[in-house]
Write a protein that binds this ligand. Structure first.
Ligand SMILES: Cc1ncc(COP(=O)(O)O)c(C=O)c1O
Length: 461
């Protein structure tokens, strides 16, 4: 049975968020959303009840088969939508997928060739240092100075299995049970799961389309308590595409430093900004933050290398050393061949990402225009990453294809079945009432998919 818990709300309501792994089973029935369909388990807030192991006789019968901590984790909603769209396609249905969070381009040839050469080198057939190949750590430090202006040593870089492992290790290394983490919402679906797993308590700081999905120091301050340890700062943002202006980045950084709050900043979309928007690294804008700041990054989005699994975290020496100790017991070194590919990527120029950026720029404009023509849909123009994040609140409460539409998760189900268009519902990002659509698909598919979406939603009444 599915119980759906809603995580957003004012800080006074925090006890109902059920985000601590410790608390979660007890407060599972916190709030139930009507209209939950089984597939909405992918919406992030609809969790299967933890397995209790049934009524078995004999020793161990009272013990759960799975730990409560791990049972509480749901599958990544974005990967689930993508997998479902691919399965429907394989079954012969002409699904157009807006779910994928990965560039629709192959990895540039010179990077692939570097990996081919590495395969033939015997030294890469062996274990290598856990924190990363020394030449890659050097190159990441140099690339960081080049791209964001942050001055770091190679010893402050830990190479990880994708940005995701860096996300996991950052929270695992810094959080103790009960530490509160300010997480501006809409947020990327992985952060709350990993913060919770590390024992932290997620404190969502809501934003919406009226402010371009930007938070402010006043909002952050209003959600702070004496247990606040950390702020998660992501610009450009997945899922909203929001890019913080430099002044606001500096203001938030200075506020965090003055408050003694750690900042974990995810810069994985640093090169994907459009128009007048500029990427600003928070420890560069507020240098006083440097000793309490961890930067996460990776090659996946910049070089179309999602499958290679190379990311990194940058931080103070003691944090990097502790995270490397953790990694030494979990996964050891990242695949050497993939590290050699990443070395070619970060030491090369940025011409490949410039070509992808031009395509994403064209598509985000086209998508925004088409989305805003649909009745009940409002979409700000995203300034970064490759996602549109429209509000679909204007469609909620209406009848569509024989359904009374109550939630964006339910609407996403109906859209998939009726229009054969896959989108990720906002519930997956702590923002019910929205959809996330990726611009990482061919222009022709984009046109057909949004036309189908528009034709369907126009029938809502
Ligand atoms: C904001 C953000 N951070 C980190 C990642 C992780 O990237 P990867 O693990 O593929 O390197 C993603 C992937 O979608 C992301 O959107």
């Amino acid at each position: 049975m599915l119980k759906c818990t809603l995580r957003t709300g004012p800080p006074s309501n925090r006890a109902a968020f059920c985000l601590s792994a410790r608390d979660r089973p007890a407060c599972y029935p916190a709030r139930r959303l009507d209209g939950c369909l089984p597939a909405l388990a992918l919406a992030g807030h609809c969790r299967p009840e933890p397995s209790r192991g049934g009524k078995m006789a004999g020793m161990g019968a009272s013990k759960s088969r799975l730990s409560a901590r791990i049972s509480a984790i749901t599958e990544s909603a974005t990967l689930a939508v993508d997998a479902r769209a691919k399965a429907m396609k394989a079954a012969g249905r002409p699904v157009i997928g807006f779910g994928a969070g990965e560039p629709d381009f192959p990895t540039p040839g010179y990077i692939v060739e570097a990996a081919q050469r590495a395969c033939a080198e015997p030294r890469f057939h062996k274990y290598s240092p856990t924190p990363g190949l020394p030449e890659l750590r050097e190159a990441i430090a140099a690339k960081t100075i080049r791209d964001s202006g942050l001055n770091v040593q190679a010893s402050q870089v830990l190479v990880t299995n994708g940005g995701k492992q860096a996300v996991f290790e950052a929270f695992a290394t810094l959080l103790d049970p009960g530490d509160e983490v300010l997480l501006p919402a809409p947020y990327w679906t992985t952060y709350p799961e990993v913060i919770t797993l590390a024992g932290g308590v997620v404190v969502p700081v809501p934003t919406d389309e009226t402010t371009g999905y930007l938070t402010t120091v006043a909002d952050l301050e209003a959600h702070c308590t004496d247990r606040t340890k950390m702020l998660v700062f992501v610009s450009p943002s997945n899922p909203t595409g929001a890019v913080y202006p430099p002044d606001l980045v500096a203001e938030i950084g200075r506020w965090a430093a003055a408050r003694g709050i750690w900042v974990v900043t995810d810069e994985i979309y640093e090169h994907l900004v459009y128009g007048q928007a500029r990427f600003t690294s928070i420890p560069v804008a507020a240098p006083e933050l440097a000793d309490r700041c961890v930067v996460l990054n990776g090659v996946a989005k910049t070089y179309a290398m999602t499958g290679w699994r190379v990311g990194w975290m940058i931080g103070p020496q003691d944090v990097i050393k502790a995270a490397a100790n953790l990694q030494s017991h979990a996964t050891s070194n990242v695949c050497n061949v993939a590290q050699a590919a990443a070395l070619a990527a970060v030491s090369g120029d940025l011409s490949a990402v410039a070509r992808m950026r031009a395509a994403f720029d064209r598509r985000r404009e086209q998508m925004t225009i088409m989305l805003n023509k649909i009745p009940g849909v409002i979409c700000p123009l995203p300034e970064g990453a490759f996602y549109c994040f429209p509000s679909v609140k204007g469609v909620l409460g209406k009848q569509l294809a024989g359904h009374q539409i109550r939630t964006s998760a339910q609407l996403a189900e109906v859209v998939l079945e009726e229009a054969e268009v896959a989108v990720v519902p906002g519930e997956a990002f702590g923002a019910p009432g929205y959809f996330r659509l990726s611009a990482a698909l061919a222009d022709a598919d984009l046109e057909v998919g949004l036309t189908r979406l528009g034709d369907l939603l126009t029938q809502a009444g």
